[in-house]
Design a protein around this ligand. Structure first.
Ligand code: DX5
Ligand code: ZN
Length: 217
């Protein structure tokens, strides 16, 4: 069963409550919140206040995708704000194991994201402890970028590892996922699709955006 995680980065923030309620009604499975600090990535987006606001609007699980320096300093703040899944990047988290343990100790889910240039093998020693692996299919920082197809073998490799080692862990893909790219992403083994543009900027509305992503579900 494929899960859809709309990224509110492309939502209309003048009507955030409507946008969140609309994706919930349209069958979204979780809400993806892109946190950017202008240092780890060039863009600045939103912080824990937005997580708290969205938490008051929906029953859906919230995932905080932390594209920030020193993410370990902020994981508690985001969990306090209502994040159910904390996703940190492997590239800038020195003590990944500690972060994962801290998140899980609070009964929340721990995810690790990999940039397009980061190989799957960096997760070898930690993947058994994870609830989610996020494969970035664009260089993080902005919505509306083009999908990088060379990440597909990495998705397949991670799916193979999860199957071989019998690990129950979500495999999520983020960046440039739309009705054209989703079929390859899903057939490569992803089970959670993040999409900002394809949902919130769909010409026929967000509900249709979610429906077309599910396409071959
Ligand atoms: C990129 C973010 C993504 C982004 C996806 O830095 O992590 O979640 O919002 O946007 P689309 O779906 O438009 O590529
Ligand atoms: Zn994201």
């Amino acid at each position: 069963m494929i899960q859809i995680a709309p990224s509110i980065l492309s939502a209309d923030f003048t009507r955030l409550a409507d946008e969140v309620r609309t994706v919930e009604r349209a069958g979204a499975d979780r809400i993806h919140i892109d946190v950017m600090d202008g240092r780890f990535v060039p863009n600045i987006s939103m912080g824990p206040f937005i997580v708290e606001a969205i938490d008051s609007l929906t029953e859906l699980p919230l995932e905080a995708h932390l594209m920030i320096e020193e993410p370990d300093r902020y994981i508690d703040v985001f969990m306090d704000a209502g994040a159910d899944v904390i996703i940190v990047h492997q590239e800038n988290t020195a003590h990944l194991h500690r972060v994962v343990q801290s998140v899980r100790e609070r009964g929340k889910q721990a995810g690790v994201a990999l940039n397009p240039a980061t190989p799957a093998r960096v997760l070898d020693e930690i993947i058994d402890e994870l609830d989610l692996v996020l494969v970035m299919s664009v260089n993080p920082g902005y919505s509306g970028q083009r999908f990088i197809p060379s990440v597909l073998p990495k998705i397949r490799e991670i799916r193979r590892t999860l199957a071989d080692r019998e690990i129950a862990c979500d495999l999520e893909v983020d960046g440039g996922v739309n009705a054209d790219t989703a079929p390859d992403v899903v057939s490569s083994g992803a089970n959670v699709l993040v999409a900002a543009t394809a949902v919130f900027k769909h010409p026929d509305g967000t509900a249709e955006g979610i429906r077309t992503l599910r396409g071959r579900d």
